[in-house]
Design a protein. Structure first.
Length: 245
């Protein structure tokens, strides 16, 4: 597996060396990156994009897209604002003082907006056969752009390959990923322990917690409850004059 990943990485770098030089074609100057590595890498990014929402992933996404992606245009995404509750969206604070009412700017909002409506200008970037969106600019007035505006957040349906793709990208591109994974793994015990995808996680749990790990604890508890069944029932004490003989 590891060798396969390394080969893939080398392949990508080679490809890159061969294909990078003649600049000035696409928006970012890179020549289209094609071939097997491109297909694999863009597939991975596409599926991981549906899964990952963390800084580590975004770092990798930015890096890959700025290197291999082709800028093909803009999309604008509109996010509705939220009106301020304390001033009812007026932006004016109505106060009551000892010498009468007074008015001031509402200090909880911006002109009546708790969250201002925002237009996110996104760059549409093509990598392989997939389209990605990269944030470019944020505007608080409607930008003059002819493309249709995307209302609300862009949906990313999760794909069943998401986790796998994300892991491979992390292994390829994040230094220290294994350390980060190890830190977060094995905190609890995955109860479906017979499923292969939980094995590694549970092994780490046992390594980390040793005798206090959940399965050991459980067996200890079970042993105790079994042993307690064999304990003699509470001893009966006889009064001396009760004795039947
Ligand atoms: Zn307000």
């Amino acid at each position: 597996m590891r060798r396969l990943l390394l080969n893939l990485k080398n392949d990508i770098q080679m490809n890159n060396l061969i294909q990078m030089p003649e600049a000035g074609q696409a928006g970012n100057g890179a020549k289209p990156f094609v071939g097997f590595s491109c297909r694999v890498l863009s597939w991975l990014l596409h599926h991981a994009n549906r899964e990952g929402r963390n800084e580590y992933f975004y770092k990798i996404k930015n890096r890959l897209l700025s290197k291999f992606g082709n800028f093909i245009g803009y999309d604008v995404q509109f996010i509705e604002g939220k009106k301020c509750h304390s001033c009812n969206g007026s932006g004016v604070y109505h106060g009551y003082g000892w010498d009468g009412d007074y008015y001031d700017y509402c200090y909880r909002c911006h002109n009546g907006w708790y969250k201002r409506p925002v237009w996110n200008i996104l760059q549409r970037v093509q990598f392989g056969k997939y389209i990605f969106h990269q944030p470019y600019q944020r505007a608080y007035t409607k930008p003059e752009i002819s493309t249709p505006i995307i209302e609300g957040y862009i949906d990313h349906n999760r794909s069943k390959h998401g986790k796998f793709a994300l892991t491979v990208l992390f292994l390829l591109y994040e230094k220290g990923y294994i350390k980060r994974w190890y830190k977060s793994a094995g905190i609890g015990w995955k109860s479906y322990w017979w499923q292969p995808r939980n094995w590694l996680y549970n092994i780490v749990h046992i390594i980390k917690h040793g005798r206090n790990s959940i399965p050991f604890n459980d067996t200890r508890r079970q042993m105790k409850s079994i042993m307690s069944k064999y304990k003699p029932v509470k001893q009966v004490s006889y009064e001396s004059d009760d004795l039947p003989f």
